[in-house]
Design a protein around this ligand. Structure first.
Ligand SMILES: Cc1ncc(COP(=O)(O)O)c(C=O)c1O
Length: 441
């Protein structure tokens, strides 16, 4: 990082350290030698506190789908301020937005709101446990489903601790998690039907739920192999396990009804967040009525509460966002934008003769330095991270904001224009040349 360009960020980091542990309010934002502090965002652009302008390919970890400060959403939120935030009663708009979700998402017979993806995942797991009377949870190695104890396991484990690829060992990702997490979480390898079948069968009578990101963005951008999601649907149905799709990122990018519509596989429960309100704090647990009835205040046994649940501001944003996403035009644009970027990238690597690939889905992408298809966490981890660092640093110097981790995702929004895509592509060409010069191929 060129420090002169980031002098205010550096100063702010020094000051932040006096008041904020590590200078950041989310550990993902921490960078050496200092984080970048942002001051403004609009459309496809962000500006840092030093006035540097970037084309944003992080888009708040996928939360923005329409672009920063989308005017109709901003207007709706401004209007909503006159109504109050929450009063401890249900707002009428909650019914309207639930109806919108129900009409869009195949599995959404019933809806409950919460505020963050993590909260929605916690609720979904409580519901699955309450519904089945079982306790264990299965999740993907390399999958991130938020910071609830029972999913903050084997998100990005170190390979020397993670056990055999077809029998991954659960590795807690943090100190301070609930006791028994490792004994009660079962880790499955994405896209490996044989291993998944064996692991699930071994725990079939104890498993309350399997939670999966239908496209594993938290190891970059890894698509499900043909038949994998269908297989999960089949095996969970056979063993009475609740299938939870974590659509916090796939939600609304893949199709108006999420990845479940796109891939034609309907889970029992799903969680949505991020794009649902174009980045305003809103999430939802949706699912089959029979399962969701577990939180019914009279008939169910599972607790569900939250002071800020269904607050007017977030729902006002969501109402507009869902209206924009309903007819599939935004998703079409995103799929095409991702495909264009991927085409330009593939031509470059061919021309420059570099071992690299771009994997993309619905306008999200990741660049991997490898000549093999990335199909799971381990194949993502095996890619050349030193080359990726040179690539990312060069992208940043070209004012394209990407993250310094090769096992994480990037993307574009409706606000990214053709011209933005060309700028990203030109920056990629420079970055690939730098990688080639530095590593001689
Ligand atoms: C797939 C997935 N699920 C859940 C979460 C947690 O969402 P939140 O950060 O809103 O708690 C994330 C966050 O990045 C995510 O990527």
């Amino acid at each position: 990082m060129v420090s002169g360009r980031f002098s205010r960020s550096m100063m702010l980091f020094e000051e932040a350290n006096r008041y904020v542990a590590g200078g950041v309010h989310s550990n993902f934002r921490y960078r050496e030698p200092h984080p970048i502090y942002f001051s403004r965002a609009r459309g496809s652009r962000i500006w840092d506190v030093d006035g540097n302008e970037y084309i944003d390919c992080v888009i708040n970890m996928g939360a923005c789908i329409l672009g920063h400060g989308y005017p109709k959403v901003v207007d709706a939120v401004k209007d909503a301020l006159d109504y109050g935030l929450t009063v401890g009663l249900e707002p009428d708009i909650g019914v309207e937005v639930s109806k919108q979700l129900s009409r869009m998402i195949p599995s959404a017979e019933s809806v409950r709101f919460s505020n963050t993806g993590t909260e929605a995942v916690m609720h979904a797991i409580h519901i699955a446990r309450g519904f089945t009377g079982r306790y264990k949870i299965a999740k993907l190695e390399g999958g991130y489903n938020g910071w609830y104890d029972y999913v903050l396991v084997s998100s990005h484990p170190s390979i020397d601790k993670a056990g055999p690829p077809d029998e991954p060992v659960p590795i807690p990702e943090s100190a301070g998690l609930a006791r028994g997490v490792a004994e009660n979480v079962v880790i499955i390898p994405f896209n490996n039907i044989e291993a998944t079948e064996r692991i699930i069968s071994n725990h079939r009578d104890e498993l309350a739920a399997i939670i999966v990101e239908p496209v594993m963005f938290n190891s970059g951008c890894i698509l499900p192999r043909e038949g994998y999601l269908e297989f999960l649907r089949k095996i969970t149905r056979e063993h009475g396990i609740v299938l939870i799709f974590d659509e916090v990122i796939t939600g609304f990018r893949s199709a108006p009804g999420g990845a479940q519509e796109y891939f034609g596989v309907t889970p029992d429960l799903s969680v949505f967040g991020k794009a649902i309100a174009n980045g305003f704090a809103l999430s939802a647990v949706v699912g089959k009525r029979e399962v969701m009835e577990s939180v019914h205040p009279k008939r169910g046994k599972v607790a569900y509460a939250g002071t800020y649940n269904s607050n007017y501001i977030s729902l006002a944003a969501a109402r507009v966002v869902l209206e924009e996403l309903r007819d599939g035009k935004v998703q079409k644009y995103l799929h095409e934008a991702g495909a264009k970027l991927a085409k330009m990238f593939s031509e470059m690597i061919e021309e420059l003769n570099i071992k690299a690939r771009i994997q993309h889905f619905a306008g999200k992408f990741q660049v991997y330095f490898t000549d093999r298809e990335v199909v799971d966490y381990r194949s993502a981890l095996a890619c050349d991270s030193r080359k990726y660092s040179v690539f990312q640093e060069s992208m940043l110097n070209s004012r394209i904001y990407m993250l310094p981790f090769h096992t994480i995702h990037h993307g574009v929004t409706l606000a990214h224009t053709e011209h933005d895509l060309e700028s990203i592509s030109s920056a990629m060409r420079r970055a690939l040349k730098e990688v080639k010069d530095r590593f001689a191929g």
